[in-house]
Ligand binder design. Structure first.
Ligand code: PMP
Length: 388
């Protein structure tokens, strides 16, 4: 109810040229923000956080000013674990750990914890982020590239039959949603008995998954469930406890497992916001409901591309088009800068494509209302009418 009212309020707002986030009395004029991350957060969560910055639950101080050992904060972390377990139907033989260090720290933690006595790992390279992870892993082990579609321009993910997997490898690694190239796998790689590791940073909680197919699913929070400074890993029990004592304890999953994610001081504000976002997600009807909404948003924008007679171009294989990140270019690249400027003027912010690929990218994570996608699609059509 609350979400619908918010979307409605936004829809009634005229296209504005005013600066975003300008406080007018108690009303803050917000725009639709398509940032790839850190990204849009639910408006309800931000309003609650704003109010609670002076008074968290009647205590007269905020969560940012509280000890991470204070019971209400510990309870909040415990509830986050319960919420993730419930939202993704995580089986009981998996642990849910919260850490810092973002996606990049996981690029190192995965080999340091999973290699065990082995010396090699398989990496499926389907875009920028799996490639970055493979580079980091090569500091610690021999990396076998099981397939590579990045070298051919990253317009699709490798298919199962292309994967050259070695049963001697310690694990198989891939990135189910490549944030920069806008490629989302339409299948989960079958890896036999070798644990599968997924960097779900830009996909986490946006769709239902069968967790039992994975050894580890990790994600940094700053796209789908919170601010930066927090990372989650859902890990099968038997994969914890194998990190060599040579490595820092901060890089050992066991440190977080033994302390219920309170090994040292976490980024308490990021934890607090993520907790609120997870509750919000549950209130929306959970992952199946948010997935339906995510499909609707993606369809609106891809339809605008496909019906443009080539004015807008997305080069990704249809079955693997990302729901979360929609990159596209304009046939006439000279129109890219005016497109971005006019979109910004119209309250559609942060649409610039990644610096390595250029063009436009619309990231539409869970917190993006359907109305945001509708407004973007309408703007694309209207821009084409004027410039096509
Ligand atoms: N993996 C993916 C899929 C990403 O999109 C990103 C960031 N955009 C990262 C990893 C890196 O995350 P971080 O900056 O938190 O290290």
């Amino acid at each position: 109810m609350e979400a619908a009212a918010t979307a409605e309020t936004r829809a009634r707002r005229p296209a504005r040229s005013a600066k975003p986030d300008v406080a007018i009395g108690s009303i803050v004029a917000r725009v639709f923000n398509f940032s790839s991350g850190p990204a849009i957060l639910p408006e309800e969560v931000l309003r609650q956080a704003q109010a609670e910055l002076l008074d968290w639950g009647g205590r007269g101080y905020s969560v940012v000013e509280s000890s991470h050992r204070f019971e209400p904060f510990v309870a909040l972390v415990e509830e986050m674990e319960v919420l993730v377990r419930e939202l993704l139907a995580v089986p009981s033989n998996y642990q849910i750990l919260f850490m810092q260090g973002g996606g990049h720290q996981q690029f190192a933690m995965v080999p340091l914890n999973l290699l065990r006595a082995r010396t090699q790992a398989d990496y499926v390279v389907g875009g920028h982020w799996s490639n970055r992870a493979a580079q980091e892993a090569s500091r610690f082990c021999s990396v076998r590239v099981a397939a590579d579609t990045l070298k051919n321009g990253a317009t699709r993910a490798p298919v199962q039959s292309e994967l050259s997997l070695d049963p001697q490898s310690a694990y198989v690694y891939y990135c189910p949603n490549e944030t920069i190239h806008g490629i989302e796998y339409d299948y989960v790689p079958a890896t036999g008995d070798v644990p599968l590791v997924a960097d779900a940073s830009s996909q986490f909680l946006s769709r239902t998954i069968d967790v039992s197919r994975f050894g580890i699913v990790f994600a940094c929070a700053q796209k789908n469930f919170g601010p930066s400074g927090l990372t989650v890993a859902v890990i099968r029990d038997d994969l914890i406890g194998h990190c060599s004592p040579r490595w820092p304890s901060m890089l050992d999953y066991k440190s977080y497992s033994e302390t219920r994610s309170l090994y040292n001081t976490p980024a308490t504000f990021a934890v607090y916001i993520a907790h609120r976002v997870l509750r919000w997600l549950k209130d929306q009807g959970g992952v199946p409901a948010i997935e339906t909404r995510n499909i609707e948003k993606a369809t609106l924008v891809y339809d605008a591309i496909d019906r443009s007679d080539g004015f807008y171009v997305n080069r990704v294989a249809r079955a693997q088009r990302s729901r979360m990140n929609v990159p596209f270019s304009l046939r006439d690249d000279r129109l890219t800068a005016p497109f971005l400027a006019e979109a910004e003027q119209g309250g559609l912010a942060q649409l610039k494509g990644h610096r390595t690929v250029g063009g436009v990218r619309a990231s539409m994570y869970n917190a993006m209302p359907v109305e945001g996608a509708r407004r973007l699609a309408a703007f694309m059509q209207e821009f084409q009418r004027r410039h096509g």
